[in-house]
Design a protein around this ligand. Structure first.
Ligand code: PEP
Ligand code: MN
Length: 337
């Protein structure tokens, strides 16, 4: 349920609604917009149905959110979420580029990559310290040592970083180091992990599951948000289809469709989407043209030697060229890189 307040509603009227809501065992989410304030109410539908909200002073109208996702729905925040990470704002006019290796392999590898992607114009760094590998015998990541190297790379370059967490027991640790916590495709419906990440302050980059619908992605975002962490960005990274020529099928339509469903920023991962470095540029161009708020791109100083995802990783010089091409597309649609 969403309560839209009158433009002249006073702060004591807003406080009264918040207090009453809590008394009834419901959770209020207050959004103060430029024009007016809205209060989202989450909780037992029966309590909400029995409460005559329209007669409370200061209330203009009450809207029922019919979609199963509430906090994530566009109705809840028509002004759209902007997530501030240092000097970077995700969900604004800039298309934010996050770049770096699939996995953190060594201190020198992540620092060198961070310096190169920064020179090319990337705004944030990526790198996995906990890797979700299909085989238990493959490299699993450097864990906390990897987080330390990422922090060092941030210190050297000023680039904030995003890194994945796979286990509820590591959420606190990853929150200590990272600027953005990634929940990967394979964990999109790990509800315990979603709830845990929702209890911590770091923004979450939530990747769409391998075979999940957009509605399921938004329900997973809802799990994080209902714990209090409203800073969620969604990531389209390709889904499983019958097509085998690409690693996944990048669902470009997810960008405009999600924009109609939610106020959360949309990031696109063309590297896992296509599975080959050659396709990163065209898929990124399509994603920007379709209205994404950011890209997450794999870059490795020496892709042949990469411990994971070498074939989809760009060399730094190629990444620099891609960035130049992407600038043109961003500007053509009234945004910037
Ligand atoms: C990754 O970003 O390195 C990753 C494993 O991505 P996904 O969860 O989308 O497969
Ligand atoms: Mn990868």
């Amino acid at each position: 349920m969403i309560i839209v307040l009158r433009p002249d509603a006073t702060s004591s009227q807003i406080d009264h609604i918040v207090e009453k809501t809590k008394e009834k065992g419901l959770t209020p989410f207050v959004t103060r917009g430029v024009e007016r304030t809205i209060v989202g109410l989450i909780g037992d539908e029966r309590i909400l149905a029995a409460w005559d909200l329209e007669n409370i002073p200061g209330v203009e109208k009450v809207l029922a959110v019919l979609k199963p996702f509430k906090l994530a729905s566009l109705d809840f925040n028509p002004e759209r979420t902007k997530i501030k990470i240092g000097r970077v704002i995700i969900g604004d006019t800039q298309v934010v580029v996050i770049a770096g290796p699939c996995a953190v392999e060594s201190e020198s590898q992540i620092i060198e990559t961070a310096q190169k992607v920064k020179e090319a114009g990337a705004h944030m760094l990526r790198g996995g310290a906990f890797k979700p590998r299909t085989s238990p015998y493959s490299f699993q990541g450097l864990a906390e040592e990897g987080l330390k190297y990422l922090a060092k790379a941030r210190e050297e370059t000023g680039l904030p970083f995003v890194t994945e967490v796979m286990d509820t027991r590591d959420v606190a640790l990853v929150n200590e180091y990272a600027d953005v916590v990634q929940i990967g495709a394979r964990n999109m419906q790990n509800f315990a992990l979603l709830k845990e990440a929702g209890k911590y302050p770091r923004p979450v980059l939530l990747k769409r599951g391998l075979s999940n619908t957009m509605e399921e992605l938004l329900m997973s975002a809802e799990y994080i948000m209902s714990e209090g962490n409203m800073q969620v960005m969604l990531c389209e990274r390709g889904i499983r289809t019958f097509e085998k020529a690409t690693r996944n099928t990048l669902d470009i339509s997810a960008i405009p469709v999600l924009k109609d469903m939610t106020h959360l920023p949309i990031i696109v991962d063309p590297s896992h989407g296509g599975g080959k470095w050659k396709w990163v540029a065209p898929l990124s161009k399509a994603a920007i043209a379709a209205g994404c708020d950011g890209l997450i791109i794999e870059v490795h100083p020496n892709p042949e030697e990469a411990v994971s995802d070498g074939s989809q990783s760009l060399r730094p010089d190629k990444f620099q060229k891609v960035m130049e091409e992407l600038k043109v597309i961003a500007e053509a649609i009234g945004r910037r890189l």
